[in-house]
Design a protein around this ligand. Sequence first.
Ligand code: XIL
Length: 326
Amino acid sequence: ATGLSTAAKAAGKKYFGSATDNSELTNTAYVAELSNTADFSQLTAENSMKWDATEPNQGQFTFTQGDQILQLAQKNGQLMRGHNCVWHEQLPSWVTNTKWTNATLTAAMTNHISNLMGHYKGKMYSWDVVNEPFNEDGSLFSSVFTQFIGPSYIPIALKAARAADPSTKLYINEFNIEFSGAKATAMMNLVKSLKAQNVPIDGIGLQCHFIVGQVPSNFQSILQQFTALGVEVAITELDIRMTLPATTQLLQQQQTDYQNVISACKNVANCVGVTVWDYTDEASDLSHRCAQFSWIPGAFPGMGEACPFDASLNKKPAYQGILNGW
Ligand code: XIL
């Protein structure tokens, strides 16, 4: 018998993993499967290492929740991806509400990175240092960071990250760069310009929040184009959602879609691993729809069943699709 991670490693990859959240860790059946290293050899904290969770007040750091997930990974012998240092969402209000200057926000941002990554120094495979920097048209997303620091917040963050933990891979993580277009081009240009300026950048994370039947056909070529720039790539937040109710046909298409995503990573040498953005669907009783455990029904009303396991921890056709892809 093989598993999702066993098969990924047989294909030369570093890991196959899942995101998870602290509230889910009281469910023993869920934790047992999450800890099954034949399937999952890597974890990402879905929320608990974000800025609002780790520095709710300026200079007051709390790592209890993040530590709980790291300790589970360490107990299981799983790698960890750190998620994330600098993002315009899930910021505490002190970050969004302060009248900063360039110098004071730069100091607050680099202090956040130093403390967060310093706390986990030597323990993380990689860190999403910058999350979702771009608009769809390839311009920089306007945030407190671009407003008070400007575009240089990105190289400043990466340099602070390298100083905080020289042993971890530094990533920029983004969505809608999985197909050709202005956003993917902007990310490629950013990688080129960072490399040209000797700014540390090791990897690009492609989130891969896909819709059944709509996996981009040139996804593998995009992965290749990124790795050709001298960075590794990872699929960091994979799920493939559908408009409910699910049908046999949709679940079969989802299997094919998962297989195609995985085989694209398999075929690109420097695609190092795949993480699903939690591994179990919501319960089909929609009154309990966020009970276990995908974020999809909350974020995309009317959609769901995006994961490789159903809410009762049964393997779906999507699970077989992943195995087939490796
Ligand atoms: C999501 C979590 O899954 C939710 O629980 C939370 O309410 C919002 O954030 N891109 C990212 C992730 O980089 O951090 C997001 O995670 C999903 C989209």
